[in-house]
Structures are given as C-alpha cells and as structure tokens.
Design a protein around this ligand. Structure first.
Ligand code: PMP
Length: 418
C-alpha cells in the first residue's frame, strides 16, 4: 500500500487495507514527519497562555502571535465576570460533578442553565450535554431510527453526521433549496419520520442557512427540522440569538442545538425542543444518561448568557473587526468566499499552498488554521480565521500586513489566480 504523503490527508490513514491499527499509526507517523520536515505540520500548537487575542506558542520563545483560531467570538473565556463565576461555583460545589444527570449529577446550576438557555431562545425546555458534539450526535441518534430518514445539507457538522449512523441519510448540495425540495418530494410516504438537518452558520463556508425556505419547505412536505447554530449564537441577530432571530422563527424549528464552547466561552452542549421531547432525551440519549454532567465551573455559563444581553457593545466590536478584516482582504484581492459570520476564510485551493501559507503566517506573527480535506474538498483548501470582539485594530492591521506579504510570496490574490 503506497500513500503519496505529500497529497495525503488524515482521512487516507483510516482503515488502510492489509494492516491493523499499528500499521495505520506507523504510516500516519511517516506522513506527519514528511509534512513536519517542510514546516507544514501546523496542528496542535501549544499555547502557553490559553485562549487570548494574542498568544505565545511553545517553540517560539519571545514571540507572540495574533491568534485567529478560537471560536471565543465575544472574548468571554477571559471576561472577569465569567472567570469569577466559575471560581465561585468551584468553591460552592467542588471540582467535579461525579455522576451522570439521571443518577445524582444534576445540580442547581445545571437546572438553571437548562431553564435559562430555553428562555434565551423563547422556548420552554432544554437539556444539557457535556459537549456540543454529543448534543448533536445524541439527539439525532435518539430520534431517528431505521425506518426514518435524515435529509441533510452537505455542509452540516461532523457531529450531526455521526448522529445519522442508525438511520437513512439523503444529502442536498449546500444551501440548495431546489434539491432539498426534490428530496422532500421524492421521499414522501417512504419513511416514518423525515427530519431536515441544517446548521445555522456553516463552519467551513462560514455562510448562513436559508432558514425561511428550509422551514417553509419542511412544513409544506410534512418533515421536521433540526438546526445546529453553534457559530451563529452571540454573533448573528439583533440581540445575538443567532440565525433563529435573524429570520424571526423562534417557535418554528423543532430542534435547536448549540454549544457553550464558542460564544459562551466555556464548554457544553444544549438541545432545545418540545418539553416532552426534551424529557425523552433526558432518559433515552445514551450520551446523557451514561456520561457525567458538566463540572461546577460550567455555572459560569449563566453569567455568559447574561453578558450577551448586558454587553451588546462586544457584538458591535466583533462586527467592526469582521468588517475591517474582510474589507482589507477583499481590497487586496484575496478570495474570502461567501462568509456571513465571524469566520473568515482565505481560499488557497491546494493543500501544499495552504500549508505553506499557514507556515508563512506563523513566520509573520499570525496564528491561523489550515483547513483541508476531509473538512472541505481538496480544491477548497483554505486558511480559516475566527475573529473575536477583543482583537484590537492594531492586531487586525498586523494580520492584514501579514497577508499582504504572504499573498505576494505565494501569488494568492484573485487578480493573479483567476
Ligand atoms: N457544531 C458545529 C457547527 C461545530 O463547529 C462544533 C465544534 N467545532 C460543534 C458542533 C461541536 O461543539 P463542541 O466543541 O461543543 O463539541
């Protein structure tokens, strides 16, 4: 089995025929060393000061990097009130929860977060999960079985795909309402339950679902809807309720899921649904009943939810940063795709060019992520940047200057590549 390491991706090392996992690991090790030898292995950089607009990285003494890798859109991981709330809760409840929610691990802050996040979305009920990933996978896995079908936008997050493992799945091209309608027509009468699954903000294209059309079509053809708005909440909508607010469809999506690991600056997932469905999940979702509940530090989520309303200036600052960086990149001729969120991609189109751009950015003091297959198609390789309200104008200028240098070195602007 010969793998061309230079063009390979993580995915090529999954289940290599004729070998067991020691063989796969050995091949993978050779692949990592090959990329690393060119300075192209930019993953798992060790941040010495956590999640900040500017970080210090192990192996780069005396240097700091503008960080564009965190989904901490409002900077709440470092907000003094959020940190104080986490510390106070540890003092009150201890360090861990030590049991799953159904059998002991359901504390006052869990109850309060469930009530508060449901109210945040103007709904009645919510259930917590320990991560956004498990909220998604558990919910779909618990609600859709063999006689059912998940009708999914191809761009949904991996956690939603994982939830579809025990049901049928039909995919429509990203945001393509013509295809969605075609599938809804074709599947009529063939399945017990049909659920259309979308993201609010799609994490790689960074664009927004056409939720009004998704809801209208699903209702028309008698299908249910589920939306994961992990990247939209706190960023999109007048008061930061996300894509559901943008379209004013609060009561109209059957299942809303999300995470506390991005805008809310902590960790954990939630599912908002009809009260009986929520109760069903509390006792049927394996990831909920067989796994420990969120640690006491998670009580800080209550403060983060308040801050979305109490400090709207953070959202304004984030939007300013998005506007400034995107305009600057567009003016220089970079292809920033169709972003409508706090995630700004710069398309490079080739894995090797992408990795070299990432390496050069590091050299120029900018820490961004290289994204390639399988997260996106190989031809859609890109550098992905997540912006925060707490980035300063001076940091944004450093990023633009770095891109000007990298773009010149690699001929990355549209003017040149088109
Ligand atoms: N949904 C989307 C769209 C995501 O981008 C992510 C995280 N990358 C998740 C869900 C999973 O959330 P968590 O990190 O809380 O597990």
């Amino acid at each position: 089995m010969d793998i061309n390491f230079e063009n390979a991706s993580f995915k090529d090392f999954e289940d290599i025929p004729g070998m067991d996992f020691y063989g796969w690991a050995d091949q993978f090790d050779q692949y990592v060393n090959n990329w690393d030898s060119r300075g192209h292995w930019n993953y798992r950089q060790e941040s010495l000061n956590g999640c900040q607009p500017e970080v210090e990285l192990a192996g780069h003494p005396g240097k700091s990097f503008v960080a564009l890798v965190f989904n901490d859109y409002l900077g709440l991981t470092q907000h003094p009130k959020v940190k104080a709330a986490a510390i106070a809760a540890i003092e009150q409840y201890g360090a861990g929860a030590a049991a799953s929610p159904a059998i002991g691990g359901h504390f006052s802050y869990h109850q309060q977060i469930e009530e508060k996040i449901a109210r945040f979305f103007r709904r009645e009920s919510a259930v917590l999960f320990t991560t956004g990933y498990t909220a998604n996978s558990a919910t779909i896995q618990s609600l859709l079985k063999a006689p059912d079908v998940a009708i999914v936008d191809m761009g949904i997050h991996a956690s939603m795909y994982e939830g579809c493992g025990h049901t049928n799945i039909k995919m429509f091209p990203h945001n393509d309402m013509y295809y969605l309608e075609r599938i809804l027509k074709e599947t009529q009468g063939q399945y017990r339950t049909r659920m259309v699954i979308v993201d609010g903000v799609y994490s790689q294209p960074a664009d927004i679902v056409k939720l009004d059309e998704v809801v209208k079509l699903s209702k028309h053809y008698g299908a249910y809807t589920a939306m994961d708005d992990a990247h939209g909440v706190g960023v999109i909508g007048e008061t930061g309720r996300g894509v559901i607010e943008l379209y004013d469809l609060f009561p109209d999506v059957d299942i809303i899921t999300g995470t506390f690991s991005k805008t809310f600056g902590h960790l954990g997932g939630y599912v908002i649904a009809d009260p009986k469905v929520v109760n069903y999940l509390k006792f049927q979702a394996r990831q909920h009943i067989f796994s420990v509940s969120a640690t006491p530090a998670s009580a800080c989520i209550l403060k983060s939810i308040d801050l979305i309303d109490e400090e709207p200036g953070l959202r304004d600052k984030l939007r300013d940063n998005i506007h400034y960086l995107k305009n600057g990149l567009d003016e220089m001729g970079f292809d920033t795709g169709n972003t409508q969120s706090a995630i700004i991609p710069v398309m490079t189109g080739k894995p090797d060019l992408n990795a070299e751009a990432c390496r050069l950015l590091i050299e120029a003091g900018v820490y961004a992520n290289q994204i390639g297959y399988p997260a996106v198609a190989r031809k859609n390789a890109r550098i992905r940047m997540s912006l925060m309200a707490t980035h300063t104008r001076e940091q944004m200028d450093r990023v633009l200057n770095a891109w000007e240098w990298v773009g010149g070195k690699l001929n990355l602007t549209k003017r040149v590549t088109n």
